[in-house]
Design a protein around this ligand. Structure first.
Ligand SMILES: Nc1ncnc2c1ncn2[C@@H]1O[C@H](COP(=O)(O)OP(=O)(O)O)[C@@H](O)[C@H]1O
Ligand SMILES: N[C@@H](CC(=O)OP(=O)(O)O)C(=O)O
Length: 567
């Protein structure tokens, strides 16, 4: 068996500790690294962080992502069949937790891995509490309304479910201490933010596990950051690293083999590979946790249970007449999520696509509804438009070359400026000497406002060395997700809607993915456009239109003016 120093390529500073094989409970997931059983308190305290860091590296080095899981970790037990992820709205109260438990138990043939988000709006409240603590002063932390709300919600849920309050008492105490620390330091770093919000998922999973156990259903709680979900150290928006898959498979399989119990895993959280600190996967990240576990175990299906009947033809908050989309491909779902549909986390389709594991989006409030099934391929012969997605508050740049560079160098130079400044570009339209593009708002939003403004200034300043630059803010991207083989039809219809309603499209882009056409309009017009487009594409008989246009007869469209469509 290799030692830490083999993995890390360094001589460990704690040889005596390692010889005694220390066991740190919080590092339980590291299976092949030898640890000690009973270190003295002082040794444990002094070396814990350092060893943690080494172990995290060792963990990543220990597993070879190229090896298949069966070669490395033995067979995944047949009994584990699927992942079921329940979002915040599905576990918002004791009543909802009871319904979710009933739902899980109504599939006796399934032995699922359960992934849970924080209860209801807990994540938002934790973030607000952190922001207020930063400015409120230590003596006022216990008066924070958000802290009181979180405590009350969790203690009431515990009480109503009839489980021990000790299940989360340590977490509630530590949460208050943490907020005190933030108030004392007057600082809330992204790292502290991630640690702060982790309390939401840590508590919901503990309560739910205790409840299942009380019902006599054997369940085991897991904190994702201790079971092998290893990420980059990009706090608040971390990426899953490859080493995660074999580590998670090994841990869940091993535990199941030795003592079968339904795993209840915290969504949204991970462990930074360098810092060993708790990270989060970006808002809505529990979807990504679910697909990651699905891929790691090679399960039959990944289910994400929400408060809507599946992926809809548009955001129901914009237009309540949105309908369920029965089937999607991974590509369509990824594009839809990336371009702003809140229903799925932007990165969540990647593991599912890589593992070719179907994803089913279901409604925990209406389990009988068939939901949306997301698979590798589907019959596109009748498909035109699948869904309309809106991304608001986008920054657009029009960049025209001053011809100081040859035309070859221009595009390369523009993109190297973005690369150097670490800014992601979303939608692009180019000619030889000019380029229009939008900047990924989620990447900008994750930074402080002041930092955003100065970053934009930096971009413009750099670009102005080679081009005339126009910075246009408050724009929206409307993405038309569908069968781009029918792009002429989609564009004809979309532009007809826009023209009839007097909306000027400022940029258009059809990406290489072949499932998405993006139109840029003003923020102020965007929601109305989505409603009018929805009406035109989904509420008139488009299949007839396709047929007629293919037979060369043309067609008559009826376009409803924006003003008559309200939400
Ligand atoms: N195209 C869409 N299809 C379905 N839901 C959407 C869409 N766009 C936005 N949403 C919103 O996403 C919500 C579900 O996502 P989310 O709140 O993250 O669920 P959960 O917290 O249960 O995982 C819905 O309540 C709906 O308001
Ligand atoms: N609780 C986290 C993670 C998450 O995935 O939540 P939800 O499943 O409720 O979108 C959030 O609010 O972002």
């Amino acid at each position: 068996m290799a030692t830490l120093s083999h993995f890390c390529g360094v001589k460990t500073p704690y040889p005596s500790v390692l010889k005694r094989s220390v066991h740190f409970p919080q590092l339980d997931f590291v299976g092949t690294v030898p640890f000690v059983s009973a270190p003295s308190k002082s040794v444990k305290a002094s070396c814990c962080e350092r060893v943690q860091r080494l172990v995290c590296k060792a963990q990543a080095a220990d597993v070879n992502p190229k090896e298949t899981k069966n070669e490395s970790f033995g067979e995944v037990p047949d009994e584990l069949t699927c992942v079921m992820k329940f979002g915040g709205s599905s576990v918002a109260s004791a009543e909802r937790m009871r319904e979710v438990a009933d739902l899980i138990l109504s599939f006796p043939e399934e032995r699922p891995v359960i992934v849970l988000s924080a209860m209801g709006k807990t994540t938002n409240n934790l973030l607000l509490a952190g922001e207020k603590a930063q400015s409120c002063g230590v003596s006022n932390v216990s008066d924070l309304q958000e802290l009181a709300f979180i405590k009350e919600l969790h203690l009431r849920t515990i009480d109503e479910l009839g489980v021990e309050s000790s299940t989360i008492s340590k977490h509630l105490l530590e949460l208050e201490q943490l907020l005190n620390g933030i108030a004392l330091m007057k600082e809330l770093t992204p790292r502290a933010k991630d640690y702060l919000v982790s309390f939401g998922e840590c508590m919901s999973t503990r309560i739910f596990t205790a409840y299942l156990n009380k019902l006599g259903v054997k369940a085991r709680q897991y904190d994702a950051f201790e079971m092998g979900i290893i990420t980059t150290d990009d706090f608040t928006n971390a990426d899953i690293l490859e080493a995660t898959y074999p580590a998670v498979a090994k841990r869940l399989t091993g535990d199941w083999m030795s003592n079968p119990a339904i795993p209840i895993v915290t969504g949204f959280l991970g462990k930074g590979w360098r810092t060993c600190a708790v990270t989060t996967l970006g808002r809505g990240g529990s979807d990504l946790t679910a697909t990651t576990i699905g891929k790691a175990l090679g399960l039959r299906e990944i289910q994400v249970w929400k408060d809507v009947d599946g992926v809809l033809t548009c955001d129901p908050n914009i237009y309540p007449r949105a309908e369920t989309v029965p089937y999607l491909t991974f590509d369509e779902a990824a594009e839809l999520a990336y371009f702003g549909a809140q229903v799925l986390h932007p990165q969540s389709m990647r593991p599912a696509r890589e593992g070719d594991i179907p994803v089913r989006v279901k409604n925990s409030y209406n389990p009988k509804a068939p939901g949306t099934l997301i698979v590798k391929t589907r019959d596109m012969s009748k498909a035109v438009l699948t869904s309309i997605v809106l991304k608001r508050n986008v920054t657009m740049l029009d960049i025209a070359s001053t011809r100081m560079l040859g035309q070859f160098g221009f595009l390369a130079k523009v993109f190297s400026i973005f690369e150097d400044l670490g800014i992601s570009v979303d939608v692009v339209a180019t000619s030889e000497v000019s380029i229009s593009l939008t900047l990924d708002p989620s990447k900008l939003w994750s930074r402080e406002l002041i930092q955003q403004a100065s970053e934009l200034d930096n971009v413009v300043e750099e670009l102005e060395k080679i081009a005339v630059v126009k910075l246009l803010q408050n724009r929206s991207i409307i993405s038309l997700i569908g069968n781009v083989q029918r792009s002429s039809l989609i564009l004809e219809k979309a532009f007809h809607v826009m023209r009839t309603n007097g909306v000027n499209v400022q940029m258009i882009s059809q990406g290489a993915s072949k499932v998405n056409i993006s139109l840029i309009v003003n923020d102020s017009e965007a929601e109305q456009c989505v409603r009018a487009l929805h009406h035109s594409f989904f509420e008139s008989n488009l299949s007839e239109l396709v047929w007629e246009s293919r037979s060369g007869n043309g067609y008559a469209t009826t376009t409803t003016p924006l003003s008559t469509l309200s939400n």
